[in-house]
Each structure stands twice: as structure tokens, then as C-alpha cells.
Design a protein around this ligand. Structure first.
Ligand SMILES: Cc1ncc(COP(=O)(O)O)c(C=O)c1O
Length: 428
């Protein structure tokens, strides 16, 4: 590991939590240089929904390269892009009666968020935006401004203006309707909140601690948008692509966002980001928002293969089945460790276990790593263990992964106090 410490920037983070050199991966497993096997409950922070190294994808990629397919195309028309657009349209958009134009931007999530924020401001001619407490939308300037966490919002980074934060669903605990609170601020022309161009939100705040918005709250926020001529952006970068059981995380809520941003799993592990917008919002002048890496042709090839998962209902049913297992297993843990006052929340195949004891979640995930499970934390205090396995994970591995968490909790409880303190010291 010396070269990483020697020349890679201090900014590196996951390598500190998973201190090994990963070499290969298949399905829901990772293997390090020593051949040690890990179950992957992290899935590249939501990028590996369809599993590592899907054989059909690898074959298509190798075939494309062997045939000298175009690798870099700016926003020129390419065969790979044509096939991707056709697949996206006929498999995802048309069956859901979604009329969106597709914009290719730079290849990461934050690029899609920046693009979406520009569109809504341009179309509405307003600078303000509304975002929510604990929201995470990326770390370039505009996306950071709509991201809540103080760790990322250092004042020296300057651009944090023109955003009003409102309480997310459940922020004040049960029984307080934060959609009504939002409505009051927009209704009252003396509230001090400028009418925003758009409201941006995640239907489940993944990085923010696995906070799940209710369908009713999502509907109410959409209605506020309609009543006050405000656009609605859904950031489906982490919880889209099937994470909740449907392709888009908002489908079951029955809402109809004006803009949707997608990245992570849409490229099947290769960099790709998309902005989907209602046709009337597509008011760009040609070339007004560019970027050298708009649309990655290898990612188009991978994505076109992977979107076939949505040709029928089997995939969704499989996700729901896996959710039922995960939920059942996690409920057992919550009951078993009831003294720890653990809280469970989630939907689809994203679940969180919140341990209120400071440093305990990190201690458990480190212990789990030693036992062959890769799992990360979420929440402002890093106190939520986030279960994010590939959506194709085998039932046995899913159960095995949760069993490792069980053993890890038990080991952490057994271990002397100073272990947790030591982990706390190392935890940035
Ligand atoms: C909901 C959400 N939006 C945006 C981003 C930013 O994506 P990227 O890290 O690819 O810039 C993330 C990343 O975790 C995310 O979870």
C-alpha cells in the first residue's frame, strides 16, 4: 500500500476504510491481490447495481473494442449512442409514458446536477433553488451549494449562495408535515424565501443517512411545485436504476418530475451521466452547455446491454424478493440488539441501520471488512451502516453479509472500550 500513501492525495477516503488492494470482481464479490474474497454491500456507492463484470456486458465491450468502435465522440452521432438512445427510449421511457429529452453532460453525477441547475435557472429566469436538509448532490460548486453537509460546505469554497434549505420529510420527527411548512414559506410573500426556479430532492437520501421520504410527502412537494410554478428535479443518481425495485425511484409515488438526473449505475460501472428533462425545458442554444466527455461510448455499450434487465418484470420482482430477505434479517438484528436502540430504515435494496452510539457504526464496518464484507456508512455523523448490495446478489450471499454484520456487532460489543476509541481517532 506504500505508493498510495507516498503520492496519492490526502483526499483519498475509501482506501482508508478498506485497506487492501482490490484486483478483480465478479457479481457481488470483490477479490484483493492476496485472493481474499469480500462480499460487496457497497456496490460502488450505487454504481454496481447490476453486479461486477456482467458477462454479456464484458463480451459486448470486448467485441466493440475489437471492431475499433468509436471510443470518443464528443456529442457526435455514433452507432453506440444510437443503440443506447433507442434502448433507453423503448425500454424505459416509452413504457412509463415519460416524455423526456435526454442531455449528455460530463460523465459524473455532479456534472448532471450542475447541468440541471443551469437549465432550471435559465428557463425560469430565477436564481434561487430549494434543497433539503441532509441532501447530497455532488461536490462541484453548484451541486455543493445544494448539498447540506457542513463537512463539504467549507466557507473557503465560496459558492454556496442562492439556495434555501427546507426540512426533509421526517426532519422534526413524526407528525410534523414539512411539505406544509415548505408551502407556507412559498405562500407568504414576506417569508424571506425567494421564489425558487426549482426544488431538488432525493426520494431516499442515501449519503444523508438513508432517510426515506413517504410517497405522500413526495406528492405534496410536487403539488407545491405545481401551485407556485416551480420546477421539480429528482436526483436519482444513487437510488435510481432499480435500487428501489422500479427503474426510477419516484415511480411508485406517482409523481412526474420536470427534470431527472441519473448517473452511477446507468453506465454499468463506466462513467456516464444523463439529464432527462421535459421537452419544453430543452431551451438550450446548440453548444451552449458543452464538455469533452459528453457521453462515453463504452458506457453506452455497457448500458444498452444492462437496460435489457428491464425488458420484463423479472428483475423488479427479484429486487423485491431480495428486499424481503434483507428486511427480515435486519429486523432480527434490531430485535437482537434492542439494548443498542438501533433504528432501521430503507426501501428496495437500500437499508440503513442507525447506531446512536458515537463511533460504533465505524467500528462495526471495520470489523466487517476484516471478516470479508465491504460496507460503508452514511449520515452527517457517519452513524448509519448503509446496506447497498448489487441488485443481482444471490440470496445466500445476502444472508451471509448480514450474518457478518451480526458477528461484527457482537465482536465490537465484546471488545474493550478502547477499540471504539481507537477507531474514532482514525475516522475522518
Ligand atoms: C444523490 C447523489 N447525487 C449526486 C451525487 C454525485 O455524484 P458523483 O460523485 O458521480 O459526482 C451522488 C454521489 O454519491 C449522489 O449520491
Amino acid at each position: 500500500m506504500r505508493i498510495f500513501e507516498q503520492i496519492e492525495s490526502q483526499v483519498r477516503s475509501y482506501v482508508r476504510h478498506f485497506p487492501t488492494i482490490f484486483a478483480t470482481a465478479k457479481g457481488s464479490k470483490l477479490f484483493d491481490e492476496q485472493g481474499k474474497e469480500y462480499i460487496d454491500f457497497f456496490a460502488g456507492a450505487g454504481t454496481i447495481n447490476y453486479g461486477h463484470n456482467n458477462p454479456a456486458v464484458n463480451e459486448a465491450l470486448v467485441d466493440y473494442i475489437k471492431k475499433d468502435g468509436i471510443l470518443h465522440g464528443l456529442d457526435k452521432a455514433t452507432t453506440a449512442k444510437k443503440k443506447f438512445l433507442e434502448k433507453l427510449y423503448y425500454t424505459i421511457l416509452q413504457p412509463r409514458h415519460l416524455e423526456y429529452k435526454v442531455q449528455f453532460c460530463g460523465p459524473t453525477g455532479t456534472n448532471a446536477v450542475e447541468t440541471a441547475l443551469k437549465i432550471v435557472r435559465m428557463v425560469k429566469g430565477r436564481s434561487n433553488l430549494i434543497s433539503f436538509t441532509n441532501g447530497f448532490h455532488g461536490l462541484t460548486m453548484g451541486a455543493m451549494a445544494v448539498t447540506g453537509n457542513a463537512f463539504y460546505r467549507d466557507e473557503a469554497f465560496i459558492n454556496r449562495a442562492n439556495v434555501t434549505f427546507m426540512p426533509y420529510d421526517g426532519y422534526f420527527g413524526p407528525g410534523i408535515d414539512t411539505a406544509f411548512y415548505l408551502r407556507k414559506f412559498l405562500e407568504d410573500s414576506s417569508s424571506g424565501v425567494d421564489l425558487p426556479a426549482a426544488i431538488i430532492l432525493e426520494t431516499i437520501q442515501a449519503e444523508g443517512g438513508v432517510n426515506v421520504a413517504s410517497f405522500q410527502w413526495l406528492k405534496d412537494v410536487e403539488q407545491v411545485c405545481r401551485d407556485y410554478d416551480v420546477l421539480l428535479i429528482i436526483d436519482d443518481i444513487q437510488v435510481g436504476n432499480g435500487r428501489t425495485g422500479t427503474f426510477f425511484s419516484f415511480e411508485e409515488a406517482g409523481i412526474n418530475p420536470d427534470v431527472v438526473v441519473l448517473s452511477k449505475s446507468i453506465g454499468g460501472g463506466l462513467p456516464l451521466a444523463l439529464v432527462l428533462m421535459k421537452p419544453e425545458l430543452d431551451q438550450w442554444k446548440p453548444g451552449e452547455h458543452t464538455g469533452t466527455f459528453r457521453g462515453n461510448n463504452l458506457a453506452f455499450v455497457a448500458s444498452t446491454e444492462l437496460l435489457s434487465f428491464w425488458d420484463n418484470e423479472d428483475f423488479s420482482e427479484g429486487i423485491r424478493y431480495r428486499e424481503s430477505i434483507l428486511k427480515e434479517e435486519l429486523t432480527k438484528l434490531v430485535d437482537k440488539y434492542s439494548d443498542l436502540n438501533v433504528k432501521m430504515r430503507g426501501r428496495g435494496l437500500i437499508y440503513g441501520l442507525n447506531f446512536p452510539q458515537q463511533g460504533f457504526s465505524r467500528a462495526v464496518s471495520s470489523e466487517a471488512f476484516d471478516r470479508g464484507l465491504v460496507i460503508e456508512l452514511a449520515g452527517a455523523k457517519n452513524d448509519v451502516i448503509k446496506f447497498l448490495p448489487p441488485l443481482v446478489i444471490e440470496e445466500e450471499l445476502l444472508r451471509q453479509g448480514v450474518a457478518i454484520i451480526d458477528e461484527s456487532i457482537a465482536a465490537c460489543l465484546e471488545r474493550k472500550e478502547d477499540t471504539i476509541k481507537g477507531t474514532l481517532r482514525n475516522d475522518n
